[in-house]
Design a binder for this molecule. Structure first.
Ligand SMILES: [Zn+2]
Length: 685
């Protein structure tokens, strides 16, 4: 077997692999730090094994031992996004097959990418702080030194000490709690994950949590203010689990709990084993349940094969929807996915290699590569194969067999494809006609558009066409009855169909509001698309609503496109950037990084931004330039208001830094820029 390489990891996992982690966390809300100790059970894969590398990022390493003896360690130079390699030299040699326990005591940084620390004000209860993690794809290394690659799977055990008024939960089965023997104001919670899984699925939440039982193997967790609503919303979980088991085989993880996070969570949900994280805007969890098989049980070997996690999960999710509702509904969702794919590809540069189904991620930050492409291009390929190979029942037979074949392991696209050829050995001539290179290694839309049943979509298409073709005189023909015939899924589709078209005229958007009252709709999938339609039509009345939705929740699926639409509305570009800057510190770091990119921070988005400090009568602007790897503030004193001597502004000064966080500090920290301080009185940074 060829050695595995993973461009997103610096760990030496071809020399040794992790079998188990024993974690001890002391969660410190005062300093926003986890004081951690991890004992890794490592198996040597080669003789004369005496050194290894673990992934870390922004960790402070205090001590390393090997089987209890002190071991030498050094932290290598930090890579721009992959972190710093922790090189460990053992005081002895192992031969292939032997195990060693490497114990590392360390501290996380307050800026750890995996961790978001919320103040009491950012929670529903307003009384207690809150912590949650998000390790996918490559952030576990900011929380635990480990082999942070999905090609390695291990079990884990954890003991977590937290203030006793708070509760800890993890992506594992709960194993009791006790008073912390070292500190009577704290409680230790214990967890056991007995199924081997990749590091990116380690997850922790600490907060004033409560739970309700909603099924024989399911509890829903959240702050107490939200828990009854959450129990109601996810009442169908057990039915979905049973449907998924019929399709994909037994559920191996024991418990299936759900945790509803505060609104700043950047993803709709995260499929952490035993404990799916869900955002309050999530409506269905068929997707997360499906990950219990595709993703968590059979895992992509590196993030270049992410479509094996996501494309297969979308396929399974839609199959569950088809079983629970009907086949036309599955077809309807599939067709909607094709449009989402088009929309997603349009946000990339033409021919961006990141729109390949199997992208090359050498020197690519996985957060920046994240898009719907692996989900929907992956699904489209599977649906295309389903059409070619004999329909849904036949193809689902293959998926179930693939899951059994590769359960508990990590796979590449070649592993998947080879098994496809083995399973359909009497249909090889059909498979040979598939344009594999076009599907997998070519940017843009797939080479073939599958055929979908349009029964449910036709009504949405017809309504969309009516609006696009309508003249001013036709506007009176629209009425509330148009939408009453449609399900909420069809309303979402109707609005989605308007998005790739030219913006509809302002008169039309106003009329749409008059007859459909979409401003009042709470369903976030509808609201999100409606607000995009409004901003595109340059309807200023909708702008505050779009700002509100972009900032009051942090789900990237909604926040990023809304910020992009607002940025594209010339009149509000400056406000878009300043709103982002105000909210940045309260945003999840992944969301903040990507929105900054969307708003062209790299090209100096602050060119257009000015701010004023009325108390000093100074209006200033700064400009950021990227110079090689460095960023520089090259101009800052812009204009002096009447009555203020211009020499009080001083000379141009230059600040240089390599880190994005520093860029933020150098702009807004008063110690660095003392004139035109920060972003004025309205700013909360
Ligand atoms: Zn997923």
């Amino acid at each position: 077997m060829a050695p595995v390489t993973d461009p997103s990891s610096l760990a030496s996992f071809s020399k040794c692999v992790t079998k188990h982690l024993n974690l001890r966390f002391h969660v410190d809300f005062d300093s926003h730090v986890i004081k951690g100790n991890v004992a890794l059970t490592i198996e040597a894969l080669e003789d004369k094994f005496s050194s290894m590398i673990l992934d870390t990022k922004d960790l402070k390493i205090n001590k390393v031992t090997a089987n209890g003896q002190d071991a030498k360690f050094t932290l290598g130079t930090a890579h721009s996004f992959n972190g710093s390699p922790l090189e460990i030299t053992l005081p002895f040699e192992l031969s292939r097959g032997q195990h060693v326990i490497i114990e590392v005591s360390y501290e996380t940084s307050p800026q750890a990418f995996a961790l978001q620390w919320l103040t009491p004000e950012q929670t529903a209860g307003k009384k207690h702080p809150y912590l949650f993690s998000q390790c996918q794809a490559t952030h576990c290394r900011t929380m635990v030194p480990c082999q942070d690659t999905p090609s390695v799977k291990h079990t884990y055990y954890a003991q977590v000490s937290v203030p006793k008024e708070l509760v800890a939960v993890m992506s594992a089965v709960r194993d009791g709690q006790e008073a912390d023997p070292k500190d009577s104001s704290r409680t230790i919670y214990r967890f056991r994950q007995a199924v081997a899984m990749p590091s990116y699925l380690i997850a922790i939440v600490v907060g004033a949590l409560e739970s309700r039982e909603i099924g024989p193997r399911t509890r829903v967790w959240s702050e107490k203010e939200l828990v009854d609503l959450a129990a109601y919303e996810f009442a169908e979980t057990e039915t979905m689990l049973k449907t998924a088991e019929q399709l994909a085989g037994p559920y191996v993880w024991g418990q299936y709990d759900l945790l509803v996070l505060p609104p700043s969570f950047p993803y709709g949900a995260m499929e952490n084993p035993c404990l799916t994280f869900a955002s309050p805007t999530l409506l269905v969890i068929a997707h997360e349940i499906s990950h219990s098989w595709t993703g968590n049980l059979v895992t992509n070997k590196t993030w270049e094969h992410f479509w094996l996690n996501e494309g297969l999960t979308v396929y399974l999710e839609r199959m569950i929807a088809g079983r629970m509702f009907n086949e036309p509904f599955r077809q309807f969702k599939a067709m909607g996915g094709w449009k989402e794919l088009q929309d997603s590809i349009n946000t990339f540069e033409t021919k961006s290699p990141l729109t390949n189904l199997v992208p090359d991620l050498s020197e690519v930050n996985t957060d920046e590569a994240f898009s719907l492409v692996p989900y929907e291009k992956g699904f489209a390929l599977l649906y295309h194969l389903e059409e070619l190979l004999g329909g849904p029942e036949v193809f689902m037979g293959f998926i179930k067999s693939y899951i059994q074949m590769f359960a508990y392991s990590s796979v590449t696209t070649d592993d998947w494809k080879n098994y496809l050829y083995t399973y359909f050995k009497d249909k090889v001539d059909i498979l040979n006609k598939v344009d594999w290179n076009g599907w997998m290694h070519t940017p843009g839309m797939p080479p073939v558009k599958p055929q979908y049943d349009t029964t449910l979509a036709d009504a949405c298409i017809a309504l969309c066409k009516r609006w696009i073709k309508a003249s001013k005189a036709d506007l009176s023909s629209f009425s509330a009855a148009d939408l009453q015939k449609l399900s909420s899924h069809q309303v979402i589709e109707f609005l989605a169909l308007l998005l790739p078209e030219d913006p509809i005229p302002l008169s039309h958007v106003k009329r749409m509001q008059e007859v459909y009252n979409l401003n009042a709709v709470k369903n976030s999938e509808i609201r999100f698309r409606w607000l995009r339609v409004c901003v595109r039509a340059k309807w200023e009345e909708a702008v505050p609503l779009a700002f509100q939705m972009a900032t009051e929740q942090g789900r990237m699926k909604f926040t990023r496109p809304l910020f992009r639409e607002l940025y594209n509305f010339d009149k509000y570009r400056e406000q878009t950037v300043s709103t982002f800057l105000k909210c940045r510190s309260a945003m999840h770091s992944v969301t903040a990084t990507l929105v900054a990119k969307d708003l062209k921070e790299d090209e100096g988005f602050l060119d257009t931004v000015s701010s004023q400090d009325n108390s000093r009568g100074v209006r200033w602007a700064v400009r950021i330039e990227q110079r090689k790897q460095k960023l520089a503030v090259i101009r800052w004193a812009e204009q002096v208001w009447p009555g203020v001597p211009s020499d009080s502004l001083g000379d141009d000064r230059m600040y240089e830094s390599t880190a994005a966080e520093d860029r933020h500090t150098m702009l807004f920290d008063r110690r660095d820029i003392d004139v035109g301080s920060g972003c004025g009185s309205s700013c909360s940074i």
